[in-house]
Design a protein. Structure first.
Lengths: 320, 347
């Protein structure tokens, strides 16, 4: 047993989930601190899930002023006809989330997450990044790895009917019961290393979505665009990049179908609410697993496409 | 992603949701965000505190209110311009007839029982409306689609019926229940089956004997053995005799159930050859002294809060996750008996 007992109020509120994951997991959750950056529909779903589950605190980072497009898949932004009063996305979402569960401390941190000092991250057990350029994701993953305490790192993005989660739990060991005895497993992966794995060494079954997301990501980086700041008119440029990358990686271009790239370009920043719900649900469960130390975590990518309804876990890491 | 054409269909569709619980709240939110503009929702339930950890449209201040109505209000906060029609009613109400179901393009079930699911399935078949069926337990969940003439219906495959427990074996081999009921409830070494046995025994047998219709047949077999050695008829021990106060009555029942009748069962050596023997317990060894009244005398204790009668609360045991000692379990037994008997007197 670690830490204090749950209060009577907590026991009553969390009764149904304590029956699912046990009292110790609940206790660990209530002492955990989560940081999220990028308040889109997917992250809204994730935040709802961990606030209801009863984490200790949740800190939101997103200074952007709320615009029309932001409300499409985000149920945390109220529409009362009075406009948004110049509030930031993080501020509006914070107000709604506080209301969901008064026992969780929800707050806003202003600034750009990739500029935060390393010490700032020490307060957290898990960091979730969405809608950030690849370069920023790599920086934050690197910071999380350098801290003396273990900070679980996740990236999540939904575009059109698809979604992708990346997980880096660093030196994470967890126990799993196999045939009545516990065995210890370790999970290690680093975003930078994962996406550097030569494409031709990946198994044939690797989802096409993985390659397509890397092409779009590279395109945005090369063009200096913000994530999702793309449209169908970018198709020629994206196809050129696909050709270059495929030649470099000795991968047949047919592994990255044109119609998939078209779909991602056409969606731009728009998310599809059912996909947000699925991806936000899976991510919530992953973070709960990592905090409670219970259950097999995703190693290390998760892909979902509402078009075929399939969810796929793929291990894309340097095996040497 | 929905095409322009799909979006048009979605905006013109009329959808019926049955159930505004765990699945219902998520579903209603996703339907509203996805562009549905005419959603009807039926739920007979009111909101409880234990719903709030997953039914995210509800708050503490909504406890006691209609789920369907509160869910509507919560959705309108972020989608003010859509139509949500709530029904705080049972889906089996005759007002929800075939004509009513025919109005909808699709019916979405988020129910918690087999009976209502079957009912909706039949109405959908009759009205020829597609049904999407869903359910969850713990970490598992599933969704199935039922379209008349194209897929099988909800009742085409037999469903596993909830387990029943053979009460007769519970009474004859009490190692799984009364011996342990007070002693080791919640401790290691018990399987789920054992817990179920404990509860079935306590609820269907002991509770029925103590507070139910005593004339009804009941398999509870209690051998009484009084101090003077005379063997009484088993029926008698459940009666409070005029010369007994409530505490004496409780002690008598306790000794008979957990003491005398265990000894009697132990006398059948054959039964215990390959089983762990239960250990008889007598209350004098656990609570040797008369119980101090928590709030003055028994008679003065009419101030019990009628809405919240709990032996746990009145003994000051706060955490339901704690494992009770034998002494605490015994106190709970006596206190529960007292509260129940006194509360019933008032009614």
């Amino acid at each position: 047993m670690d830490g204090e007992e749950l209060t009577a109020q907590e026991t009553e509120l969390y009764d149904r989930q304590i029956r699912v994951w046990g009292v110790n997991a609940q206790r660990r959750l209530s002492k955990s601190h989560i940081l999220v950056s990028g308040m889109n529909g997917t992250v809204a779903e994730f935040c709802k899930n961990v606030v209801l589950a009863g984490v200790g605190s949740l800190t939101l980072v997103d200074d952007r002023v709320v615009a029309e497009g932001d409300v499409l898949a985000n149920f945390l932004i109220p529409l009362d006809g009075n406009g948004f009063g110049g509030s930031s996305l993080a501020e509006l979402c914070c107000d709604s989330l506080r209301d969901f569960n008064p026992m969780v401390r929800v707050s806003v941190e202003k600034g750009e997450i990739s500029q935060f000092e390393g010490e700032f991250f020490d307060k957290f057990d898990a960091v979730i990044i969405s809608r950030s350029p690849l370069a920023a994701k790599k920086i934050i993953n690197g910071i999380c790895r350098k801290r003396s305490k273990r900070i679980a790192f996740y990236t999540v993005d939904c575009r059109a009917s698809v979604g992708e989660i990346f997980v880096d739990l660093q030196n994470y060991t967890y126990s799993q019961m196999i045939l009545l005895s516990y065995e210890i497993f370790t999970v290690i992966s680093f975003l930078q290393d994962a996406i550097a794995v030569p494409w031709r060494t990946l198994p044939r079954k690797t989802p096409k979505l993985y390659f397509a997301m890397r092409v779009i990501e590279r395109f945005e980086m090369a063009e200096g665009r913000k994530p999702g700041e793309i449209s169908l008119s970018d198709l020629p440029g994206v196809l050129t990049l696909r050709k270059e990358l495929c030649e470099l990686q000795a991968l047949n271009e047919s592994h990255i179908p044109v119609d998939l790239l078209e779909k991602l370009l056409a969606a731009g920043q728009r998310e599809f609410p059912p996909v947000c719900a699925v991806i936000g649900g899976i991510l919530g469960q992953e973070v709960i697993k990592a905090i409670s130390g219970k259950g097999d975590p995703i190693k290390n990518f998760f892909f979902y496409d509402a078009a075929d309804g399939k969810g796929i876990i793929e291990d894309i890491s340097n095996k040497n | 992603m929905a095409s322009e054409e799909q979006l048009k269909t979605i905006e013109g569709a009329k959808v019926l949701m049955v159930g505004a619980g765990g699945i219902g709240c998520e579903l209603l939110k996703t339907l509203a965000l996805s562009g549905f503009r005419d959603i009807h929702i039926i739920d007979m339930d009111t909101i409880e505190v234990s719903n709030l950890n997953r039914q995210f449209l509800f708050r503490q201040s909504h406890v006691g209110q209609s789920k369907a109505k509160v869910a509507r209000e919560a959705i309108l906060k972020f989608r003010p311009n859509i139509n949500i029609t709530p029904y705080h009613a049972n889906v089996k109400d005759p007002m929800f007839n075939m004509e009513f179901f025919k109005e909808f393009n699709v019916v979405l079930n988020g129910l918690d029982n087999l009976d209502a699911r079957r009912h909706v399935n039949r109405l959908c078949l009759a009205a020829e409306v597609p049904l999407v069926e869903s359910g969850t337990t713990g970490f598992l969940g599933q969704v199935t689609v039922h379209v008349k003439g194209k897929t099988e219906c909800y009742e085409c495959q037999p469903k596993p019926t909830p387990k029943t427990y053979p009460v007769c074996t519970i009474t004859s081999t009490p190692s799984k229940n009364q011996g342990k009921l007070v002693v080791r409830f919640g401790r290691m070494g018990m399987s789920t089956q054992d817990f179920v046995h404990c509860i079935v025994w306590a609820k269907d047998l002991l509770f029925a004997k103590l507070f139910g219709d005593r004339t009804r047949e009941n398999d509870l077999y209690v051998r009484s053995n009084d101090a003077d050695g005379s063997v009484k008829h088993s029926e008698d021990i459940f009666e409070q005799s005029p010369d007994e106060d409530l505490e004496q009555y409780g002690r008598k029942i306790y000794d008979n159930i957990f003491g005398h009748s265990i000894e009697a069962t132990l006398s059948n050596e054959e039964t215990w050859r390959n089983r762990n023997k239960p250990k008889p317990i007598y209350i004098r060894d656990i609570l040797p002294h008369k119980i101090a009244k928590p709030n003055g005398s028994l008679e003065e204790n009419c101030a019990i809060d009628d809405t919240n009668v709990s032996a746990m609360a009145s003994l000051g045991l706060k955490n339901p996750q704690d494992v009770w000692s034998l002494e605490e379990s015994t106190r709970i037994f006596m206190e529960a008996l007292r509260l129940f008997t006194e509360k019933r007197k008032k009614v």
